[in-house]
Design a protein around this ligand. Sequence first.
Ligand code: ADP
Length: 448
Amino acid sequence: MADATTAAATAGSSAASAPAAAPSGNFLTSMLGENSGFLENPLFTGGMGLMVLGAVVALGRTGIVQGSQFLQRQLLVDLEIASKDRSYAWFLEWMSHHPQRSSRHLAVQTTVKQHASGSFTTQFSLVPGPGRHLIRYKGAFMLVKRERSNRLLDMNSGSPFETITLTTLYRDRYVFQELLAEAQQRAQKMQAGKTVIYTSFGPEWRPFGQPRRKRELDSVILDKGVSESIVEDVNDFLKNSQWYHDRGIPYRRGYLLYGPPGSGKSSFIQALAGELDYNICILNLAEATLTDDRLNHLMNHVPERTFLLLEDIDSAFNERKQSADQGYHSGVTFSGLLNALDGVASAEERIIFMTTNHPERLDPALIRPGRVDFKECIDNATEYQAEKMFMRFFPGEEKLCNEFIQTLKANNKLVSTAQMQGLFVMNKTDPVGAIHMAQYLPENEGTP
Ligand code: ADP
């Protein structure tokens, strides 16, 4: 075989040197003139030789590149996950916990939530950053390339468009399916028995931190029958989708829980979501960057089986009014909120909760039926609630409970359930201490 190759090469070269030389010589001679002497010039012929060699090398290199690309196409297989796809977040989360990986570029994902009190909660999670990473999954090696586009913006989130490309051997292509299923199952498992809290990020909803453990409904102690009446109303609403559809009424229900701070409004909504297996989207209307358009978009893109919670609904319109003369929105306008509420339409049910400490400040237009269908006052602690809370913290202490109630009566102040919880937490194992401190509880805001 080697001989044959050599023979062919020799034959080729001799063929080139004998008959083929003549026309090329003739051509050059005719181009350069018989007596130009260029062909005898060693510098000229050397230069020509180098040119030919260069062309051959360039051709060879292109051939190798194309060949390797061809081989890559034949042997490797890619999977692209775009940032707007739901599996994008699942994959990042999955990979940040995958043991067999080599990652030198990590990115931090920080979630910050501002509470009504003005305080912040921050959470960090380390995920694979833009760049290349190598992982091994079920015996298959996989190159993970996370890329961020400098030019393209995700129209949904307003953030740079990103993609993750997974590359593996063609024969291992089946692991993609398994990997994605595992990532999804992991995300589901993290959420099982938990409530996902979403906050707005640009025009989209993003989970805020890790899903929270469901809160038992009976751990939120409301006045007699209050909890039951809300639960009954929501259940009744959820059972009657056909009724709404038959009458062409938008299938949504608005609830307003009002009352002094610390009476358990937010806690109850969270517990109710847990009870019904719902998640919660919390929207802060006082957020500086929220505009009417964004509000409308967010309210119409609430994930399935999720309550929309508008907290402290009165605070949004106190100081920030749209400046008509400046001609731009400095935040959400009142009419923008009404439009967004009216426009909330979806094939699925939509349940909106609003809370306020100051119902007297609400415009009647906001709470008219259709926007708010069920109003409930969640007030300071009644004797019924105080008793139930005491017995929950100190089971079996009926006598002391009675003493506790008498102390509260003698103190004669409006006390919230949150204040009571604080008292019991401070005196976890000391009901007598709790009773003693109860006489000094300061007065809470009342319901106007
Ligand atoms: P609100 O939303 O009415 O201001 P929160 O639900 O935020 O009140 O309550 C603040 C804290 O007080 C929470 O930790 C909650 O557990 C506790 N709390 C308030 N009211 C109740 C209640 N009725 N039953 C049990 N816990 C309560």
